[in-house]
Design a binder for this molecule. Sequence first.
Ligand code: FAD
Length: 477
Amino acid sequence: MPRDFLKGAQDEYDVVVIGSGLAGLTSANILGRAGHRVLLLEQHYKLGGLATWFLRPGSHTFDISLHGFPHGMIKSCRRYWNRDISDRIVQLKNIRFDNPQFSLTTTFDREDFSRLLVEQFDQDPETVKSFFDTARGMNFYDDQTTTTGELFERFFPGRNDIVRLLMEPITYANGSTLEDPAITYGIVFSNFMSKGVYIYEGGTDDLIKRMKKELESNGVDIRINCPVDHIDIKDGRVNAVRVGDRTIRCRAVVSNANLRTTILKMIGEEKLDADYVQRTNAVRLNNSSTQVYMALKEGETIDESSGDLFFTSTAEEFKTESLLSRDITSRTFSFYYPRTRPWKTKERYAVVSSTNANWSDWNDLNEQDYEASKQDLVETTIDALERYLPGVRDKIEHAEAATPRTFQHYTLHERGASFGTKFEGLGVSRELPSQVGGMYHAGSVGIIMSGWLGAINYGVIVSNEVDQLLTSESSPV
Ligand SMILES: Cc1cc2nc3c(=O)[nH]c(=O)nc-3n(C[C@H](O)[C@H](O)[C@H](O)COP(=O)(O)OP(=O)(O)OC[C@H]3O[C@@H](n4cnc5c(N)ncnc54)[C@H](O)[C@@H]3O)c2cc1C
């Protein structure tokens, strides 16, 4: 008999949270803390969604999406989780770039970028200040017709190298392009680049363990291996969720699954206004990624001067489309030193290489070509790393690759989207409760609400709305 992962679960809750990505976990935590009866359903056998890790023999642990996030994580984690978590967030001080246009190391904050733009890129300090002030001053309700490319052209005309410095990390981080509205860049830029890049010391496994503990202390009923198949609507309101043959009633649902999947598959078009369905269908998914995970043999080390995050490229010029190409010219290396997991007794070094990728480049391959392509990705990535760490090939004990197919497999994000949907998804996500009473979505949409901080903050916004709904309605189910 298959194991019943819903054994002992109630037949009704105040709210069901579908998916345990950072937005889902945060929503569940806030709602549990507020005293609501919360059921958290995760289809995978682990919590965390894309904030995840895996183990390999030899005491190796690999992080998938722990490369860097903005300073704002400290405040969000302190307020909506606890100090135990927020106190473990530390700055990465050594961010490196190497490409045919420039090589440099930066602390990746406004002050250091200003210094570099003036001293190394010969810019007038006033222009630099004005650019930063403009990017910082943008808000979502501003003009959305100016593109990021036009914004750069206004301040740094014809300077592809400056565009590369200021844009490449953001494109790596979320696949945004020069054609996207400048506002999406402005917000991410001022979040990410104003105070540097941060990381959670302890590793993703430690973070999720502490989050689980906090959820349990707030009374959240957590169930893994529980894929939600359908959300039932009655009289224009959510009524229940279905997992296999179980129907669990609830007054509100927060879906952390992909926006399009939530609306088009779990709810169903027939329950929604035709123009809303049309707008949902028009929401574009974000691109996906490939990664290569490399762990060093016991006793082998990497010198700290290698940096924490290293943006490398062999492309002569910066073009956003070449960052997505299967013909890889750009790779971001994250170096993990033993300080990433200070609690471990065995000292281990690892490197993870990340590259943006198109779903179709991987999905269209047959199994044999897929395996060969993965192996080729591993080999060419090690070759690329050899340029910076000569002899590293012989020091590597384990190397393997993940592709857009891997990300889809583990999270059910269509086409392995790494950052949910493009920015037009935000309006559709926000409008969901007005289409179906009690139905909310919290998870990566657009550039602003994605990434670790964006997902957590979106979970906060949505859970406050759910809390208001639940407390304003006193009637039981
Ligand atoms: C390779 C890579 C590197 C990244 N690096 C960074 C980084 O350095 N910094 C950063 O800030 N961000 C990074 N990100 C992005 C970041 O990880 C995500 O934006 C964020 O974790 C997404 O959180 P989320 O809440 O949207 O949910 P997700 O993590 O997308 O989780 C959704 C959850 O819903 C579950 N689910 C889906 N369908 C169902 C269902 N039917 N029933 C039950 N459960 C379901 C999934 O299993 C999953 O657990 C990276 C992403 C990738 C792929």
